[in-house]
Ligand binder design. Structure first.
Ligand code: BGC
Length: 749
């Protein structure tokens, strides 16, 4: 009875919630319409124009300069948004001009790249994805929003939900990896975290699903490059996280730099008008990527900026980030009859709606508050959460001789590697509001646990400047520290080596063809292995690296990514067993660069079992499988999977259950993963597709039955024409703790 009452109350509450939301939306729509009536064409186009504040540009900047030099544009109502400025003083200055000096006083919306934390750096998004912990990821985004909003920011250009299987592409650091299902779940968690339940609250910000679409499939893994794919790949692999973003109410989208099948995404009617705003009914607005409107001329799709503006607005790009194209040409295009004014009205309506939803019209200064900024920025609970998230992001790749966890009594530890003492690199890419050199380094983290270690750098990783806008200059000549490191390693009981990429070696514009350790680090590793095999290798990177040599020669490997402000603390917690690692890889780690792009979610060839013969689908010099597969990650304990059941639930769904037992000696968490293969279909389906997962905690010796329902949608797929179909037949259901190790049952529907 109580349950029934609770359910009824739940229904009443959610109906009331939906009704209140609809009422609010209709009020906003009226206010938007009323305002639109008063606006001149110049002012309308102004809302569609976004300028960079002043900060480092991430791309070519038009000759006109930036927002500071464009005060008269603010006064004329010719700017709707400013990006990449934070802090009450700077933002108040801009908002004052827009609100007090322009005719209609329409407030600006301030956008910022809040990618993994804001003032407190959380792990890079790819690392967070390795936690498979949706609650923690949502909370991380919540905290980032709280900090950003306290600095006056209204809108983040996140989450990046681009799927990619290509570790050469530097921006894999910003995404959730290779899998559309995991990517969609994480996209939803991040958006809920940023936007909360009420966009007008002073600690929430609008989110932005980017980059729409296909950006992660850049040919050759080279950033900004062309992407070419079938519609089935687009619908089944690339679009699911974007669609999920719309379903949880993301307020904005960003289009992308790439061309997709020959059409720049920024000018794509199919993507923006047909799919996003048409099929999915997206009611928010689309911002271009940085100068991507004017880049359509470079692509060879538009003759000049004016033509590019026309194409972009017709295609549904609502706001122009930093191309100066809309502000210079749209008005004239409308007057000349080349663009219908209703398209402008539609774009402006969308932009104003989000501004109203954020509460900016009720109080343009609601987010700009010195006191709140000071209170929020000094908040220690944020650091605690960042440390927790960082621990959860670490993936134990190998622990063959059980060197880990280290005992507190462990003596004579040598710590080696250029990144071990680095306080900047762990902050990763995109940390615009974080203080440089503010991360806890590994050395600092270890100091909290033991004094029985010494540190030597071995080799420098980079020489020269390390900034967001400059490429890292890698040291390839200075070997002067190797001899000392080797001598110390000879006498050490355990060597902890931290090698990998600097935080600025992944991210935008950081594509690489070599996925090894940059510079002299591999040489250092081999020199140390020659004198001491008791090595714990910590891999700090923003992407999967090729670890084949390390895997063949070193007993213990831990993937530690770039973990943010609390990096050193989190790693030390894991090394000394204060936290039992529970991360699982969100991207396959290749054996060699030649395998890239690589994913577990592949199609069967007609010659699937590679034999040691020529005429099979295989490489002559490498296995087909990755070194460490998607979903893989060890723990200090072990888990056993037994008693798998998979049965028909009804005509179009399957019930799956499995007993998972902690068979080791420590409490630990396991990510139980469910995959399917649709055995025969009208469009060939992948050999494995992740469809569900649960992260569970088990005490030693304890077991748990874990249940999953695979509904009709999870058994369906998109055809080339975008139709979502369910085809009854045989489905292989697979359950395990990694895509590489599963129990299998076949179910016929
Ligand atoms: C990136 C976007 C980013 C924008 C604004 C561009 O270069 O591609 O992801 O949000 O700059 O900083």
């Amino acid at each position: 009875m109580r349950l029934i009452i609770a359910l009824m109350l739940g229904v009443i509450f959610s109906v009331a919630h939906v009704t209140a939301f609809a009422e609010e939306q209709s009020k906003i729509a009226k206010r938007v319409d009323a305002l639109l009536q008063k606006m001149t064409l110049t002012e309308k186009v102004g809302q569609m124009n976004q300028y960079n504040g002043f900060w480092d540009a991430t791309g070519p900047v038009p000759e006109q300069g930036d927002a500071k030099t464009k005060y008269e544009h603010l006064q004329q109502g010719r700017v709707g948004s400013i990006l990449n400025v934070a802090g009450h003083e700077a933002l108040r200055e801009f908002q004052d001009v827009a609100v007090k000096q322009s005719r209609l006083g329409i407030p600006l919306i301030f956008g910022f790249d809040v990618i993994h934390g804001h003032n407190t750096a959380f792990p890079i998004p790819l690392a967070e994805a390795a936690s498979w912990d949706l609650t923690a990821i949502e909370q991380g985004a919540r905290i980032a929003a709280t900090e950003a909003a306290a600095q006056g920011v209204n809108w983040t250009f996140a989450p990046m939900v681009d799927i990619s299987r290509d570790a050469r592409w530097g921006r894999v650091a910003e995404g959730a990896g290779e899998d559309p299902y995991l990517g969609a779940e994480i996209a939803k968690a991040r958006i809920k975290g940023f936007q909360g339940d009420d966009l007008a609250a002073v600690d929430t910000i609008a989110a932005c699903a980017k980059h729409f679409a296909g950006y992660g499939y850049a040919e050759g893994g080279r950033d900004y490059n062309h992407a070419d794919m079938s519609y089935s790949t687009l619908y089944n692999e690339v679009l699911p996280p974007f669609k999920a973003a719309v379903e949880v109410g993301v307020r904005t989208f960003m289009n992308s730099f790439n061309t997709l099948n020959g059409v720049p995404a920024t000018g794509s009617i199919m993507l923006q008008r047909d799919i996003l705003k048409g099929e999915w009914g997206f009611g928010g607005f689309v911002v271009s990527d940085w100068a991507s409107i004017m880049e359509m001329t470079k692509h060879g799709y538009a003759t000049d900026d004016r033509h590019a503006s026309q194409l972009a607005v017709i295609a549904g790009s609502d706001m122009d980030m930093q191309s100066f194209a809309y502000v210079n040409h749209l008005e004239d295009l409308v007057t000349a009859g080349a663009v219908d004014e209703s398209l402008i009205d539609d774009a402006v309506r969308r932009i104003l709606t989000v501004k109203f939803e954020l509460g900016l019209f009720d109080d343009p200064y609601r987010y700009i508050n010195k006191k709140r900024e000071e209170e929020v920025l000094g908040n220690n609970t944020h650091l605690k959460a960042a440390r927790e998230m960082a621990k959860r992001s670490i993936v134990l790749l190998k622990n063959e001789t059980n060197l880990l966890p280290l005992s507190k009594k462990q003596k004579n530890i040598l710590v080696v590697g250029p990144l071990a003492n680095d306080k900047n690199s762990p902050l990763g890419t995109w940390r615009l509001a974080v203080k440089d050199d503010s991360a806890i380094s590994l050395v600092e983290g270890l100091q909290q646990h033991t004094s029985a270690f010494q540190y030597t750098q071995g080799v420098k990783l980079s020489i020269g400047k390390e900034t967001f806008a400059d490429p890292i200059v890698v040291n390839t000549t200075d070997r002067s520290g190797i001899a000392e490191a080797k001598a110390l390693a000879k006498n050490a009981e355990v060597v902890v080596m931290m090698l990998g990429e600097h935080g600025y070696q992944s991210g935008e514009g950081r594509s690489r063809t070599d996925l090894g350790f940059p510079g002299l680090q591999q040489e250092l590793l081999e020199e140390i292995v020659a004198v001491n095999k008791n090595i714990i290798l910590l891999v700090a990177s923003g992407r999967p690296l090729v670890l084949s040599w390390a895997d063949a020669h070193i007993p213990t490997i831990v993937q530690t990514w770039q973990l943010g402000s609390e990096s050193g603390h989190a790693i030390a917690d894991v090394l000394f067993g204060g936290y039992n690692p529970s991360g699982k890889l969100p991207m396959s780690f290749p054996r060699s660069v030649g395998q890239v792009p690589i994913s577990y979610r592949v199609f069967s060839t007609g010659r699937p079992e590679p034999e040691e013969k020529v005429f099979w689908s295989r490489y002559m010099d490498e296995k087909n499988s990755p070194l460490y597969p998607f979903g893989y990650g060890l723990s200090y304990t072990t888990f056993g999977y037994t008693n798998m059941q998979a049965e028909v639930r009804d005509k179009a769904s399957i019930r799956v259950s499995i007993t998972v037992k902690n068979t080791g000696k420590r409490q630990g968490e396991e990510v139980v993963q469910v995959y399917i293969r649709d055995k025969v279909a009208s469009l060939v389906r992948p050999v494995k597709e992740l469809k569900s997962f649960k992260k569970i905690l088990l005490k030693p010796g304890k077991s748990k039955e874990v249940e999953f329902i695979l509904d009709r949608d999870s058994l369906s797929f998109y055809k080339d024409d975008g139709k979502f179909v369910f085809e009854p037949g045989d489905f292989e259901v697979m359950v395990g703790g990694s895509s590489g190790s599963v129990l299998t049952k076949t179910v016929s529907l």
